[in-house]
Design a protein around this ligand. Structure first.
Ligand code: COA
Ligand code: AMP
Length: 633
C-alpha cells in the first residue's frame, strides 16, 4: 500500500486518531475532551468537542510573535486601481487587533454576527480576522450581490455591525456601496447598529453620525483587542450559498475543525511550505476566498496574495503571469473559467513567454467542472502540473483532489482525482447501494464528514437535515451527480438540483424564477442553465405572460433582465429571456427543465413519457432559435 492509500485508509478507519494527530499542528488554549463527539448522531457531529482555541491567534499572532514577524502576510495587487501594498505579519497583527478593538467599541461581543461587504482589499481580510479574534461570527457577502440579497442575509444573520467600503471597482465602472447598503438596511430595519467604512478614493461615503465610523480614523485611535479563547465548536463564520430557492443557506463553519483541516490541506494537497507565496485568484466573498485567500495560507505561515482585478482586461490576458513573476508566486488556484477567458484572448499563450515563471510550481482549478480542453491548454502553456479539485461551500476544502504533497497520481482529464482523506465518497442509488463503477449516480459522502465541513445551517437544523441528510440516510448528499471509475477516480458531471454554475459562481435558478415571477406581466416562468463556452453555464429565462398583456415581448424581457440585476445582482449574469406560449410539463405539472436544457445545448434527449403535450418542445426550440440558442453556443 502506498502512502496515499495508507493515509486515506487511516482517515476513514480511525478518524479520531487521524485528525487528533493532524490537530497537533494547531495551538490550543485547552485540549479537546473527544476528537469527534458523536452524541448528536445520526445528524450532528462535533469535532474537537471541549477544546478552546482562537483562529486569529493561529493565523496571525503565532507567526507575528514567532519567526515570521517581518515576512509578508498579505500582498495586495490591484491592477484595477494601480495600487500595491505589502503587509507583514507584525503589521497584520497590529491592524487586526485595532480593528477588533473598534468592533468591540461598537458593541460587538463574542457570538455576535458581523456582515462584511467588501471589495478585494486587504481590509476585508483584516475585518474577518478581527471578528475571529474576539469570537464574533463574520458573514462575508460578495460585492456582486445587490441590496436585496444583502438584506436577506442581514435578516437571517442579524448582524450587530457591518464592515464595508465606499465602493467596489469593476472594469469601466465604480460601484458605490452606500446606496446598496442603505437600501439593504431599509429592507431589514432595526437590526444593524453600527457601520465601519473604508473610504476609498474612487467614491465617497457620507458618514451617518452615531452610526458610521471611518475605518482609518477609528483604527488609529483604537485600543487593540487580544485574542479570546472560543470553543472549537463555536462558529467562526456563516457563508450563505445558493440552494434550490431564493432563500440562501447559511453554511456554518466552526473554529477548531476548520483550522485542522485547512492546515493539513496546505501541505498534503497543495504541497506548499510556510514562507511561500500562495495565490487564490478568487474573491473573499466565496468559500475559496475564505479558505485559500485568508485562512489556509495564513494558518500555514505563507504569504497570501489579494488580487483586485480580472484575468483579462486589467489590463490584458498577461496579468496573471505578471503577478506570478512580480511576487514569486509558487501556487495559483483559480476557476477554469478564468483560464477559458485567458485562452480566448491569448490562444497561443504569447503573453506567457514574456514573464519569468520559474518559481511557479502548480496550478489548481476548482469551482466548476474542468473541461479537458481547458486542462490540456493550461498544461501545454504552463508546463506545470494542473490539478482539478472538487469541493463546495459546505465542506470548505477539497472532497476530491490529487494530493500533491503526499503522492501525486496520474491526471485523468475530466476528473478531480480521488477522495481526499476524511471523505468516504460513494456513488449510490436511491436504495443507498453503490452503483457499479462507471455508472452514474448521486455522489454522497458517508457520515461523519471530516473536520471543517458544515455542522449545520445557521439557525436551521431541520433545513440542514432536509437539504443534505434526509434523502440518503447515513450519507451527506453533495447535490452533484457523477461516477467513479475502477481506479477510484471521481467524475463530477452535473447537479441534481436547480443550482447552476456561472463563471465559477454558484447560483440558484429557483431564486431567479422567484424574481421573474414577481414581474406584474408574468404568469409563469422557468430558468435553466445552458452551456456556455466561456462561463460554463449561463441562465436563460422563459416567460409565460398573463392573459391580456399587450406589450412588446422585448420590453418585458428588458424589464425582467433589469429586475434580476437589481434584486440578485450583476453576478447572476442573467441576460437572456424569451416569451413563450406555454412551458413543457409532465402530466402532474412538473416543468421539464432538463429537457429544455438538452434542447438548448443541442443534445439528444428522449421525450419524457409523462409529458403533457410533446408539441411544446418544438415551440421551445423555435423560441431558443430566436435568441440564438438552439444547439448551444
Ligand atoms: N462587484 C460588483 N459587480 C461584480 C463583482 C463585484 N465584486 N464581480 C462581478 N461583478 C459583475 C461584473 O462586472 C459583471 O457585470 P456586467 O454584467 O455589467 O458585465 C457581472 O457581475 C458578471 O461577472 P463575472 O461573471 O465575473 O463576469 P465577467 O465578464 O466580469 O468576468 C471572468 C468573466 C471569467 C473573467 C470572471 O468571471 C472571472 O475571473 N472568474 C474567475 C472565477 C472566480 O473568481 N470564481 C470564484 C470561485 S473560485
Ligand atoms: P460552491 O459551493 O460555490 O463552491 O459550488 C460548489 C459546486 O461547484 C459543487 O457542488 C459542484 O457542482 C461545482 N464544482 C466545484 N468544483 C468542481 C470541480 N472541480 N469539478 C466539478 N464541479 C465542481
Amino acid at each position: 500500500m502506498g502512502d496515499l492509500d495508507r493515509i486515506y485508509r487511516q482517515s476513514i478507519d480511525n478518524p479520531e486518531a487521524f485528525w487528533g494527530e493532524a490537530a497537533q499542528e494547531i495551538d490550543w488554549y485547552k485540549p479537546w475532551d473527544t476528537v469527534l463527539d458523536r452524541s448528536g448522531a445520526p445528524h450532528f457531529y462535533k469535532w474537537f468537542a471541549g477544546a478552546e482555541c482562537n483562529t486569529c491567534y493561529n493565523a496571525v499572532d503565532r507567526h507575528a510573535d514567532g519567526e515570521r514577524g517581518d515576512q509578508a502576510a498579505i500582498i495586495y495587487d490591484s491592477p484595477i486601481t494601480g495600487r500595491q501594498k505589502t503587509i507583514t505579519y507584525s503589521e497584520l497583527k497590529d491592524k487586526v487587533a485595532r480593528c477588533a478593538g473598534v468592533l468591540r467599541d461598537m458593541g460587538v461581543e463574542k457570538g455576535d454576527r458581523v456582515i462584511i461587504y467588501m471589495p478585494m482589499i486587504p481590509q476585508a481580510a483584516v475585518a474577518m480576522l478581527a471578528c475571529a479574534r474576539i469570537g464574533a461570527i463574520h458573514s462575508v457577502v460578495f460585492g456582486g450581490f445587490a441590496a436585496n440579497e444583502l438584506s436577506t442575509r442581514i435578516k437571517d444573520a442579524k448582524p450587530k455591525a457591518i464592515v464595508t467600503a465606499s465602493c467596489g471597482i469593476e472594469p469601466g465602472r465604480v460601484i458605490a456601496y452606500q446606496p446598496l447598503v442603505e437600501a439593504a438596511m431599509k429592507l431589514a430595519p432595526g437590526i444593524v447598529e453600527g457601520l465601519l467604512v473604508v473610504a476609498r478614493d474612487e467614491a465617497s461615503w457620507e458618514l451617518a453620525e452615531g452610526r458610521d465610523r471611518d475605518w482609518k480614523a477609528a483604527l488609529e485611535t483604537a485600543t487593540p483587542a487580544d485574542c479570546v479563547p472560543v470553543k472549537a465548536t463555536d462558529p467562526l463564520y456563516i457563508l450563505y450559498t445558493s440552494g434550490t430557492t431564493g432563500q440562501p443557506k447559511g453554511v456554518v463553519r466552526d473554529n477548531g475543525g476548520h483550522m485542522v483541516a485547512l492546515k493539513w490541506s496546505m501541505k498534503h494537497i497543495y504541497d506548499v511550505d510556510p514562507g511561500e507565496v500562495y495565490w487564490a485568484a478568487s474573491d473573499v466573498g466565496w468559500v475559496v476566498g475564505h479558505s485559500y485567500i485568508v485562512y489556509g495560507p495564513l494558518l500555514h505561515g505563507c504569504t497570501t496574495l489579494m488580487f483586485e482585478g480580472k484575468p483579462v482586461g486589467t489590463p490584458d490576458a498577461g496579468t496573471f503571469w505578471r503577478v506570478i513573476e512580480e511576487h514569486g508566486v509558487t501556487t495559483l488556484f483559480t476557476a477554469p473559467t478564468a483560464f477559458r477567458a485567458i485562452k480566448k484572448e491569448d490562444p497561443k499563450g504569447a503573453l506567457i513567454g514574456k514573464y519569468d515563471l520559474s518559481k511557479f510550481r502548480m496550478l489548481f482549478l476548482a469551482g466548476e467542472r474542468c473541461d479537458p480542453d481547458t486542462l490540456a491548454w493550461a498544461q501545454d502553456m504552463l508546463k506545470v502540473p494542473v490539478i482539478d479539485h472538487w469541493w463546495q461551500t459546505e465542506t470548505g476544502w477539497s472532497i476530491a483532489a490529487n494530493c500533491m504533497g503526499i503522492e501525486p497520481l496520474p491526471v485523468k482529464p475530466g476528473s478531480p482525482t480521488r477522495a481526499v482523506a476524511g471523505y468516504d465518497v460513494q456513488v449510490i442509488d436511491e436504495h443507498l447501494k453503490e452503483v457499479p463503477r462507471g455508472d452514474m449516480g448521486a455522489i454522497c459522502i458517508k457520515l461523519p464528514l471530516p473536520p471543517s465541513c458544515l455542522p449545520t445551517l445557521w439557525n436551521a437544523d431541520q433545513r440542514y437535515i432536509d437539504s443534505y441528510l434526509a434523502d440518503y440516510p447515513g450519507y451527506y448528499k453533495t447535490g452533484d451527480a457523477g461516477y467513479m471509475d475502477e481506479d477510484g477516480y471521481i467524475f463530477v458531471m452535473s447537479r441534481i438540483d436547480d443550482v447552476i454554475n456561472v463563471a465559477g459562481h454558484r447560483l440558484s435558478t429557483g431564486g431567479m424564477e422567484e424574481v421573474l415571477a414577481s414581474h406584474p406581466d408574468v404568469a409563469e416562468c422557468a430558468v435553466i442553465g445552458v452551456s456556455d463556452a466561456l462561463k460554463g453555464q449561463m441562465p436563460v429565462g422563459f416567460l409565460v405572460l398573463k392573459a391580456g398583456v399587450d406589450r412588446p415581448d422585448a420590453e418585458i424581457v428588458k424589464e425582467v433582465v433589469q429586475l434580476v440585476r437589481d434584486k440578485i445582482g450583476p453576478v447572476a449574469a442573467f441576460k437572456s429571456a424569451t416569451v413563450v406560449k406555454r412551458l413543457p410539463k409532465t402530466r402532474s405539472g412538473k416543468i421539464l427543465r432538463g429537457t429544455m436544457v438538452s434542447i438548448a445545448d443541442g443534445k439528444d434527449f428522449k421525450v419524457p413519457a409523462t409529458i403533457d403535450d410533446p408539441e411544446i418542445l418544438d415551440e421551445i426550440a423555435e423560441n431558443l432559435k430566436g435568441i440564438g440558442l438552439a444547439g448551444g453556443r
